[in-house]
Structure formats: C-alpha cells, structure tokens
Design a protein around this ligand. Structure first.
Ligand code: ZN
Length: 198
C-alpha cells in the first residue's frame, strides 16, 4: 500500500472494505476506475449515492425498493394470501427468476444465529407476525438450509402454528449449507413444489 500515493491507497482501502473484495481485487478495481473516463466515474458514484439515499424497505414485505410498496406487493394479480419467508432480497430475486411462484414474500434480512449474537428481534420477525393478522392462507419458509436457516425456520413455525395458518418448509432440494441465491431454478422449483407442512 505504501507504494501508492495517499488518494490511491485510500480508494483501494475503501474498495477492499467491501465483501468478497480482497486487496488484489481492490487494487485492480481502483486502477480500472482511475483509467475510466471522468463522466463514467461520476455516473457510477452518483448511482451508488442515489441508490443508497432512495432505497428503503417495502412497507409490506421489507424487501429493498425505491418505492413505498415494492412492485411485487403492489401487483394485484399476485396471491397475497401466500407468503414466502426468505432471508434476503437476493433469495427473493432467485425465486422470482423461476417465474412460477405467484404469492408474495417476506424478507427477514438475516437469520437467527446464537453464535453471531443475532436473535429473533434482530430480523424482521415481528413484522411477519403483524402481517399474519390479515387474511393469510399459508406461510412458506424458504430460509437457507444452513444451521441458521434451519434454526430460523423452526422458530418461525413455532410462532405461526398457534395462529392456525398453514406453515410449510421448502424441500431440502436446496443443498445443505447452500445459499438460495446460488441454487439453480429447477432445484428451487422442486424445493417449492415438494414443500412439507410443519
Ligand atoms: Zn414488498
């Protein structure tokens, strides 16, 4: 790092603070940016800033969106009585790619992890329970098949069962420890179709 002048080092440091960007990638990106036309760098930085300032949580499903209500929740043709619970917006996108699921979602923004000190209050569980006050037929738990995902699934099923609402868990077609977002569409569909009632 000390071979570079201060501003270059600073850019590399900022980039390497991003997830999955090691110091080599950060240097590659930094020099790429420094060689980009000024207008392109301006557009990139403005896009980042504007997304950060305007993106917020959907008031219904808590996915990230630039509107009050995300396009999926706002779509009247979707089945609003079926809620699929996912860990993050990327998992929701993975199921949307299949184009088969017609219900709506609930995005937890994480999973319960006693090891990392993440408890039920640290994810959007209260918000899920509040949504169940309205007319809901089924809650499909599609958290990852990691230890955290399974812990969260069990916790949610215990909360939902007393309400009398059907609660199911997607089949274990999703590889153990695998992230939903990295699972192919056919596997995701099989997991959804083969879901079991808890
Ligand atoms: Zn929404």
């Amino acid at each position: 790092m000390e071979y570079y002048s201060e501003q270059i080092s600073q850019l590399i440091a900022e980039l390497s603070s991003l997830p999955s960007i090691g110091s080599k990638s950060a240097q590659r990106l930094a020099f790429h940016i420094l060689h980009m036309p000024h207008a392109d760098v301006k557009r990139l930085s403005e896009t980042i800033l504007s997304a950060r300032e305007n993106v917020r949580f959907c008031k219904e499903c808590f996915t990230l969106t630039d509107q009050d209500i995300c396009p999926i929740c706002a779509d009247e043709k979707r089945d609003h009585h079926t809620i699929m619970v996912v860990e993050d917006s990327r998992d929701m996108a993975a199921y949307e790619h299949t184009k088969e699921y017609k219900g709506v979602y609930h995005v937890l923004h994480g999973a319960i992890s006693p090891m990392q000190g993440i408890g039920p209050d640290d994810i959007r569980l209260k918000e899920l329970m509040a949504r169940l006050q309205s007319d809901v037929d089924e809650v499909i738990i599609a958290t990852n098949s990691s230890l955290e995902g399974e812990t969260t699934a069990m916790y949610i099923s215990k909360l939902v069962k007393p309400t009398g609402i059907k609660v199911s868990r997607i089949a274990s077609g999703v590889p153990v420890g695998g992230d939903l977002e990295n699972t192919d569409e056919i596997t995701l569909l099989r997991a959804l179709e083969g879901r079991t009632e808890l």
